[in-house]
Design a protein around this ligand. Sequence first.
Ligand SMILES: [Zn+2]
Length: 300
Amino acid sequence: MNRLVILGAAAAALAAPLPAQTLRVVTSTTDLHDIAHAVGDDRISAMSIAAGYQDPHFVEAKPSFALKLGKADVFAYVGLDLEIGWMPTLVDAARNRRINRGGSGDVDVSRVIPVLDVQATADRSMGDVHPRGNPHYWLHPENGKRIARLFRDKFSELDPEGAATYRANTARFEASIDSTTRALAPMLASIRGQPVVAYHTSWRYFQEFTGMNIVGFIEPKPGVPPSPSHLAGLIQQMKRTGAKVIIMEPFYDRKMPDFVARNTGAKVLVLPPSVDGVKGVDSYVELVDYDVRRLAEALR
Ligand SMILES: [Zn+2]
């Protein structure tokens, strides 16, 4: 009898319409993950490979990530070689044609971004890890919107029935960015034109957004550790320009920034460049809000 009941239930389940298929989305970073989630909501399942507190240039290529990529409908990544140290190994191991270059789910997000710091000759031999242009573009809210619109279009292509939902969610996301930046207007006005120093070029797009004036970097080139003479020159430059804040990411060593701070009277400000980079920064909109407020406080 029990067996008959179970068989009956199974037959009924087979006859019922299948639930809407969810798109399986994998992103390289938490920022892309949060924006994908804002656009796709419960029509997608999304996971990020890098954690928000990790240096996105260096992520361990764990076999579990390759398994996830093997089943992914979409793999969205920052591009411009940000993930070159770990992504190719994972994509190879995943053996998934959808996410191979040119596949239906291969989403190089950088292709919709106006890229800064593009060099005439892309040459990594001088140690610069970003010769193809600066990949830290998500730290400008206008680029956050571009990322959302790219996801809206890609998800709609792969899941046409969800197109209206993706469109509405993207509009809501863009509106939340606009209301956040409007609320930040007084802080942005106080930041504009102020001289600062940054560790890595991660803050170039944030500079474009906030109007802060980066007068020098701890690194002489992206990814290249500073020499004593570079630091001496930087200290002179800070004294000349009156720069009082050194911005650095949580995953870099404080030794060099602290040394420069001691020699200039400046303070070191640790800012997360990514969602989940510090506790309480759980979404892209919160990241923008947090970084602007913390910088304005530090400059006050
Ligand atoms: Zn970088």
